[in-house]
Design a protein around this ligand. Sequence first.
Ligand SMILES: NC(=O)c1ccc[n+]([C@@H]2O[C@H](COP(=O)([O-])OP(=O)(O)OC[C@H]3O[C@@H](n4cnc5c(N)ncnc54)[C@H](O)[C@@H]3O)[C@@H](O)[C@H]2O)c1
Length: 333
Amino acid sequence: MNILLTGGTGYIASHTAVVLSSLGYKVFLYDNLSNSKRQVVTQIKKITGSAVTFIKGDIRDSDRIVRLLKRKKIEAVIHFAGLKAVGHSVDRPIDYFDNNVAGTVSLVRAMNLANVKTMVFSSSATVYGNPTYLPLDEIHPKLAVNPYGRTKLHIEELLQDVSDADAEWNISCLRYFNPIGAHESGFIGEEPSDRPNNLMPYLVQVALGDLPYLRVFGGDYPTPDGTGIRDYVHVMDIADGHVAALDFLSKNGGWHALNLGTGSGCSVFELVRIFEETNQCQISAKVVERRPGDVAESYACVEKAYTKLGWRAKRTIPDMCYSAWHFRKNRVV
Ligand SMILES: NC(=O)c1ccc[n+]([C@@H]2O[C@H](COP(=O)([O-])OP(=O)(O)OC[C@H]3O[C@@H](n4cnc5c(N)ncnc54)[C@H](O)[C@@H]3O)[C@@H](O)[C@H]2O)c1
Protein backbone atom coordinates (compact mmCIF):
# COMPACT_ATOMS: atom_id res chain seq x y z
CA MET A 1 0.00 0.00 0.00
CA ASN A 2 1.33 3.46 -0.93
CA ILE A 3 1.12 6.03 1.88
CA LEU A 4 1.90 9.73 1.87
CA LEU A 5 3.18 11.23 5.13
CA THR A 6 2.87 15.02 5.23
CA GLY A 7 5.41 16.52 7.61
CA GLY A 8 7.22 13.30 6.77
CA THR A 9 10.71 14.16 8.00
CA GLY A 10 9.42 15.45 11.36
CA TYR A 11 9.77 13.73 14.72
CA ILE A 12 6.66 11.55 14.89
CA ALA A 13 6.36 10.99 11.12
CA SER A 14 9.92 9.66 10.81
CA HIS A 15 9.25 7.04 13.51
CA THR A 16 5.98 6.11 11.83
CA ALA A 17 7.78 5.84 8.49
CA VAL A 18 10.16 3.29 10.02
CA VAL A 19 7.29 1.11 11.25
CA LEU A 20 5.32 1.39 8.00
CA SER A 21 8.35 0.71 5.85
CA SER A 22 9.30 -2.32 7.97
CA LEU A 23 5.80 -3.69 7.43
CA GLY A 24 6.11 -3.40 3.64
CA TYR A 25 4.15 -0.18 3.04
CA LYS A 26 5.58 2.06 0.30
CA VAL A 27 6.23 5.34 2.09
CA PHE A 28 6.41 8.83 0.57
CA LEU A 29 7.55 11.69 2.80
CA TYR A 30 6.36 15.19 1.92
CA ASP A 31 7.80 18.08 3.95
CA ASN A 32 8.78 21.72 3.51
CA LEU A 33 11.68 21.20 5.98
CA SER A 34 10.56 24.16 8.10
CA ASN A 35 11.23 22.11 11.26
CA SER A 36 13.20 19.06 10.14
CA LYS A 37 16.17 17.99 8.09
CA ARG A 38 16.47 16.07 4.84
CA GLN A 39 19.13 13.76 6.36
CA VAL A 40 16.35 12.04 8.31
CA VAL A 41 15.56 10.16 5.08
CA THR A 42 19.02 8.54 5.09
CA GLN A 43 18.64 7.68 8.76
CA ILE A 44 15.30 5.94 8.11
CA LYS A 45 16.95 3.90 5.36
CA LYS A 46 19.76 2.90 7.75
CA ILE A 47 17.17 1.45 10.12
CA THR A 48 14.85 -0.25 7.66
CA GLY A 49 17.25 -1.13 4.86
CA SER A 50 14.66 0.04 2.35
CA ALA A 51 14.34 3.40 0.66
CA VAL A 52 11.58 5.87 1.38
CA THR A 53 10.89 8.61 -1.16
CA PHE A 54 11.27 12.23 -0.09
CA ILE A 55 9.54 15.12 -1.83
CA LYS A 56 10.20 18.66 -0.66
CA GLY A 57 6.99 20.67 -0.74
CA ASP A 58 4.33 22.53 1.18
CA ILE A 59 0.85 21.20 1.97
CA ARG A 60 -0.58 24.54 0.83
CA ASP A 61 0.51 23.70 -2.75
CA SER A 62 -2.71 21.90 -3.62
CA ASP A 63 -2.01 21.37 -7.35
CA ARG A 64 1.33 19.76 -6.60
CA ILE A 65 -0.28 17.37 -4.12
CA VAL A 66 -3.00 16.35 -6.60
CA ARG A 67 -0.29 15.41 -9.11
CA LEU A 68 1.73 13.59 -6.46
CA LEU A 69 -1.23 11.58 -5.18
CA LYS A 70 -2.13 10.49 -8.71
CA ARG A 71 1.40 9.80 -9.97
CA LYS A 72 2.44 7.79 -6.92
CA LYS A 73 -0.92 6.00 -6.66
CA ILE A 74 -1.30 7.00 -3.02
CA GLU A 75 -4.09 5.19 -1.14
CA ALA A 76 -3.96 6.98 2.22
CA VAL A 77 -2.45 10.09 3.77
CA ILE A 78 -1.12 10.46 7.30
CA HIS A 79 -1.22 14.18 7.95
CA PHE A 80 1.50 15.18 10.42
CA ALA A 81 2.50 18.53 8.86
CA GLY A 82 1.89 21.43 11.17
CA LEU A 83 3.38 24.08 13.42
CA LYS A 84 3.24 22.93 17.02
CA ALA A 85 4.71 25.41 19.52
CA VAL A 86 1.96 26.66 21.81
CA GLY A 87 3.90 29.82 22.78
CA HIS A 88 4.62 30.79 19.16
CA SER A 89 0.99 30.24 18.28
CA VAL A 90 0.00 32.91 20.80
CA ASP A 91 2.41 35.40 19.17
CA ARG A 92 1.77 34.34 15.56
CA PRO A 93 -1.84 33.12 15.28
CA ILE A 94 -2.13 34.03 11.59
CA ASP A 95 0.86 31.84 10.69
CA TYR A 96 -0.61 28.99 12.72
CA PHE A 97 -4.06 29.21 11.15
CA ASP A 98 -2.55 29.61 7.68
CA ASN A 99 -0.15 26.70 7.99
CA ASN A 100 -2.30 24.29 9.98
CA VAL A 101 -5.91 25.08 9.03
CA ALA A 102 -5.54 26.55 5.51
CA GLY A 103 -2.84 23.91 4.87
CA THR A 104 -5.27 21.14 5.76
CA VAL A 105 -8.05 22.66 3.61
CA SER A 106 -5.62 22.66 0.70
CA LEU A 107 -4.56 19.07 1.39
CA VAL A 108 -8.12 17.78 1.73
CA ARG A 109 -9.13 19.58 -1.47
CA ALA A 110 -6.24 17.88 -3.27
CA MET A 111 -7.17 14.48 -1.82
CA ASN A 112 -10.78 14.95 -2.96
CA LEU A 113 -9.66 15.81 -6.49
CA ALA A 114 -7.34 12.81 -6.60
CA ASN A 115 -10.02 10.58 -5.06
CA VAL A 116 -7.82 9.62 -2.09
CA LYS A 117 -10.23 9.60 0.84
CA THR A 118 -8.44 7.95 3.73
CA MET A 119 -6.66 10.16 6.26
CA VAL A 120 -5.09 9.74 9.68
CA PHE A 121 -4.66 13.17 11.26
CA SER A 122 -2.20 14.20 14.01
CA SER A 123 -4.44 15.85 16.55
CA SER A 124 -3.58 16.62 20.13
CA ALA A 125 -4.80 16.41 23.70
CA THR A 126 -4.66 20.23 23.64
CA VAL A 127 -8.13 20.16 22.04
CA TYR A 128 -9.53 19.38 25.51
CA GLY A 129 -8.08 22.45 27.24
CA ASN A 130 -8.47 22.50 31.03
CA PRO A 131 -9.77 19.10 32.13
CA THR A 132 -13.15 19.21 33.83
CA TYR A 133 -12.60 15.56 34.81
CA LEU A 134 -9.88 12.91 34.49
CA PRO A 135 -8.95 10.74 32.74
CA LEU A 136 -9.75 12.65 29.57
CA ASP A 137 -11.99 10.58 27.35
CA GLU A 138 -12.89 11.47 23.77
CA ILE A 139 -16.27 12.95 24.73
CA HIS A 140 -14.73 15.41 27.19
CA PRO A 141 -15.68 19.00 26.16
CA LYS A 142 -13.28 20.55 23.66
CA LEU A 143 -12.09 23.76 25.29
CA ALA A 144 -8.78 24.50 23.57
CA VAL A 145 -7.20 27.47 25.33
CA ASN A 146 -4.56 28.62 22.83
CA PRO A 147 -4.34 29.23 19.05
CA TYR A 148 -2.38 26.00 18.46
CA GLY A 149 -5.06 23.93 20.18
CA ARG A 150 -7.78 25.80 18.30
CA THR A 151 -6.14 25.02 14.95
CA LYS A 152 -6.30 21.30 15.87
CA LEU A 153 -9.92 21.65 16.90
CA HIS A 154 -10.90 23.49 13.71
CA ILE A 155 -9.15 20.86 11.61
CA GLU A 156 -10.98 18.07 13.45
CA GLU A 157 -14.29 19.87 12.81
CA LEU A 158 -13.43 20.39 9.15
CA LEU A 159 -12.60 16.70 8.76
CA GLN A 160 -15.82 15.68 10.50
CA ASP A 161 -17.82 17.88 8.11
CA VAL A 162 -15.95 16.44 5.12
CA SER A 163 -16.76 12.92 6.28
CA ASP A 164 -20.43 13.83 6.93
CA ALA A 165 -20.73 15.28 3.43
CA ASP A 166 -19.18 12.30 1.63
CA ALA A 167 -19.50 8.79 3.01
CA GLU A 168 -16.47 7.64 1.01
CA TRP A 169 -14.14 9.44 3.41
CA ASN A 170 -12.49 7.47 6.24
CA ILE A 171 -10.77 9.66 8.83
CA SER A 172 -9.10 9.06 12.20
CA CYS A 173 -8.05 12.00 14.33
CA LEU A 174 -5.44 10.68 16.75
CA ARG A 175 -5.21 12.87 19.84
CA TYR A 176 -1.66 12.39 21.04
CA PHE A 177 -0.87 13.11 24.67
CA ASN A 178 2.89 13.72 25.26
CA PRO A 179 5.04 11.76 22.80
CA ILE A 180 8.68 11.45 23.91
CA GLY A 181 11.59 9.05 23.35
CA ALA A 182 13.23 7.86 20.19
CA HIS A 183 13.78 4.80 18.00
CA GLU A 184 15.94 2.22 19.79
CA SER A 185 18.66 2.46 17.11
CA GLY A 186 19.43 6.06 18.15
CA PHE A 187 19.37 7.04 14.44
CA ILE A 188 16.24 9.19 14.66
CA GLY A 189 14.63 11.16 17.48
CA GLU A 190 13.33 14.55 18.50
CA GLU A 191 15.54 17.33 17.22
CA PRO A 192 13.93 20.77 17.54
CA SER A 193 15.49 23.49 15.35
CA ASP A 194 15.11 26.17 18.05
CA ARG A 195 15.40 26.18 21.82
CA PRO A 196 13.23 23.23 22.87
CA ASN A 197 9.64 23.89 23.95
CA ASN A 198 8.95 20.39 25.21
CA LEU A 199 10.27 18.87 28.41
CA MET A 200 12.25 15.88 27.11
CA PRO A 201 14.45 17.66 24.53
CA TYR A 202 15.08 20.35 27.15
CA LEU A 203 16.02 17.73 29.73
CA VAL A 204 18.41 16.10 27.28
CA GLN A 205 20.12 19.41 26.54
CA VAL A 206 20.60 20.00 30.27
CA ALA A 207 22.07 16.49 30.62
CA LEU A 208 24.46 17.27 27.74
CA GLY A 209 25.52 20.53 29.41
CA ASP A 210 24.14 22.63 26.50
CA LEU A 211 21.68 24.31 28.87
CA PRO A 212 22.52 25.12 32.50
CA TYR A 213 19.38 23.89 34.21
CA LEU A 214 15.85 22.67 33.62
CA ARG A 215 13.17 25.29 34.16
CA VAL A 216 10.24 23.63 35.91
CA PHE A 217 7.17 25.75 35.24
CA GLY A 218 5.26 25.79 38.53
CA GLY A 219 5.99 23.93 41.75
CA ASP A 220 2.73 24.74 43.49
CA TYR A 221 0.18 22.77 41.49
CA PRO A 222 -2.29 20.66 43.48
CA THR A 223 -0.34 17.47 42.67
CA PRO A 224 1.64 15.24 45.09
CA ASP A 225 5.00 16.95 44.40
CA GLY A 226 3.60 20.30 43.18
CA THR A 227 4.74 19.89 39.55
CA GLY A 228 2.53 19.34 36.50
CA ILE A 229 1.45 15.82 35.58
CA ARG A 230 1.33 14.62 31.96
CA ASP A 231 0.71 11.39 30.09
CA TYR A 232 4.09 10.68 28.45
CA VAL A 233 3.90 8.09 25.71
CA HIS A 234 6.74 6.53 23.69
CA VAL A 235 6.95 7.79 20.12
CA MET A 236 7.30 4.20 18.86
CA ASP A 237 4.00 3.31 20.52
CA ILE A 238 2.49 6.37 18.82
CA ALA A 239 3.95 5.12 15.52
CA ASP A 240 2.32 1.71 16.07
CA GLY A 241 -0.96 3.54 16.74
CA HIS A 242 -0.91 4.91 13.17
CA VAL A 243 -0.59 1.44 11.69
CA ALA A 244 -3.52 0.31 13.86
CA ALA A 245 -5.53 3.35 12.70
CA LEU A 246 -4.84 2.63 9.02
CA ASP A 247 -5.90 -0.96 9.52
CA PHE A 248 -9.07 0.19 11.30
CA LEU A 249 -9.92 2.63 8.48
CA SER A 250 -9.54 -0.12 5.89
CA LYS A 251 -12.57 -1.78 7.52
CA ASN A 252 -14.50 1.18 8.96
CA GLY A 253 -15.68 4.36 7.26
CA GLY A 254 -16.60 7.69 8.84
CA TRP A 255 -14.83 10.04 11.24
CA HIS A 256 -13.25 8.88 14.50
CA ALA A 257 -11.38 10.65 17.29
CA LEU A 258 -9.09 8.51 19.43
CA ASN A 259 -6.74 9.26 22.32
CA LEU A 260 -3.19 7.91 22.13
CA GLY A 261 -1.61 7.93 25.59
CA THR A 262 -0.66 5.44 28.28
CA GLY A 263 -3.53 6.29 30.63
CA SER A 264 -1.10 7.19 33.46
CA GLY A 265 0.27 10.50 34.61
CA CYS A 266 3.87 11.30 35.54
CA SER A 267 5.02 14.55 37.19
CA VAL A 268 7.94 16.66 36.00
CA PHE A 269 9.98 15.76 39.08
CA GLU A 270 9.20 12.05 38.63
CA LEU A 271 10.31 12.22 34.99
CA VAL A 272 13.55 13.97 35.99
CA ARG A 273 14.23 11.34 38.67
CA ILE A 274 13.62 8.44 36.26
CA PHE A 275 15.80 10.14 33.61
CA GLU A 276 18.65 10.51 36.14
CA GLU A 277 18.35 6.91 37.35
CA THR A 278 18.07 5.42 33.88
CA ASN A 279 20.87 7.41 32.33
CA GLN A 280 23.10 7.73 35.40
CA CYS A 281 23.35 11.51 35.24
CA GLN A 282 22.46 14.58 37.28
CA ILE A 283 19.94 17.17 36.18
CA SER A 284 19.86 20.64 37.76
CA ALA A 285 16.33 21.94 37.96
CA LYS A 286 14.87 25.27 39.10
CA VAL A 287 11.22 25.89 39.76
CA VAL A 288 10.06 29.05 37.99
CA GLU A 289 6.65 30.73 37.50
CA ARG A 290 3.82 28.68 36.04
CA ARG A 291 3.33 29.13 32.29
CA PRO A 292 -0.01 30.68 31.33
CA GLY A 293 -2.33 28.07 29.87
CA ASP A 294 -0.60 25.05 31.47
CA VAL A 295 -2.91 22.70 33.33
CA ALA A 296 -2.04 20.91 36.59
CA GLU A 297 -2.80 17.43 35.40
CA SER A 298 -3.65 15.71 32.13
CA TYR A 299 -3.84 12.05 31.22
CA ALA A 300 -5.84 9.98 28.81
CA CYS A 301 -8.59 7.46 28.98
CA VAL A 302 -7.23 4.93 26.48
CA GLU A 303 -10.12 2.47 26.36
CA LYS A 304 -11.48 3.64 23.01
CA ALA A 305 -8.13 3.15 21.26
CA TYR A 306 -7.97 -0.35 22.72
CA THR A 307 -11.54 -1.27 21.82
CA LYS A 308 -11.50 0.21 18.31
CA LEU A 309 -7.86 -0.21 17.26
CA GLY A 310 -6.66 -3.00 19.53
CA TRP A 311 -3.82 -0.60 20.44
CA ARG A 312 -2.21 -0.05 23.81
CA ALA A 313 1.04 1.72 24.69
CA LYS A 314 3.61 -0.92 25.74
CA ARG A 315 6.81 0.97 26.49
CA THR A 316 7.75 2.38 29.92
CA ILE A 317 8.99 5.77 31.10
CA PRO A 318 12.56 4.37 31.56
CA ASP A 319 12.36 3.18 27.90
CA MET A 320 11.40 6.71 26.89
CA CYS A 321 14.21 8.31 28.93
CA TYR A 322 16.84 5.84 27.76
CA SER A 323 16.00 6.11 24.06
CA ALA A 324 15.81 9.94 24.08
CA TRP A 325 19.26 10.12 25.69
CA HIS A 326 20.71 7.40 23.45
CA PHE A 327 19.57 9.34 20.38
CA ARG A 328 21.12 12.63 21.45
CA LYS A 329 24.40 11.05 22.52
CA ASN A 330 24.75 9.32 19.14
CA ARG A 331 23.25 12.12 17.08
CA VAL A 332 24.45 12.32 13.50
CA VAL A 333 21.83 14.65 11.94
N1 LIG B 1 5.22 16.25 19.49
C1 LIG B 1 4.16 16.44 20.23
O1 LIG B 1 4.27 16.58 21.47
C2 LIG B 1 2.78 16.47 19.62
C3 LIG B 1 1.66 16.32 20.46
C4 LIG B 1 0.39 16.36 19.88
C5 LIG B 1 0.25 16.57 18.50
N2 LIG B 1 1.35 16.72 17.72
C6 LIG B 1 1.17 16.96 16.28
O2 LIG B 1 1.80 15.93 15.56
C7 LIG B 1 2.32 16.43 14.32
C8 LIG B 1 3.77 16.07 14.22
O3 LIG B 1 4.46 16.60 15.35
P1 LIG B 1 6.03 16.46 15.52
O4 LIG B 1 6.29 16.52 16.98
O5 LIG B 1 6.54 15.34 14.72
O6 LIG B 1 6.48 17.87 14.90
P2 LIG B 1 7.66 18.20 13.89
O7 LIG B 1 7.77 19.69 13.85
O8 LIG B 1 8.86 17.42 14.19
O9 LIG B 1 7.05 17.68 12.50
C9 LIG B 1 6.16 18.44 11.71
C10 LIG B 1 6.75 18.48 10.31
O10 LIG B 1 5.85 19.21 9.46
C11 LIG B 1 6.63 20.00 8.58
N3 LIG B 1 5.73 21.07 8.11
C12 LIG B 1 5.19 22.06 8.86
N4 LIG B 1 4.40 22.83 8.08
C13 LIG B 1 4.42 22.29 6.84
C14 LIG B 1 3.81 22.63 5.60
N5 LIG B 1 3.02 23.70 5.49
N6 LIG B 1 4.02 21.84 4.54
C15 LIG B 1 4.85 20.76 4.62
N7 LIG B 1 5.47 20.40 5.76
C16 LIG B 1 5.26 21.16 6.85
C17 LIG B 1 7.83 20.44 9.40
O11 LIG B 1 8.94 20.78 8.60
C18 LIG B 1 8.10 19.21 10.25
O12 LIG B 1 9.03 18.34 9.62
C19 LIG B 1 2.07 17.95 14.35
O13 LIG B 1 0.91 18.21 13.59
C20 LIG B 1 1.84 18.24 15.81
O14 LIG B 1 0.99 19.36 15.99
C21 LIG B 1 2.62 16.67 18.25
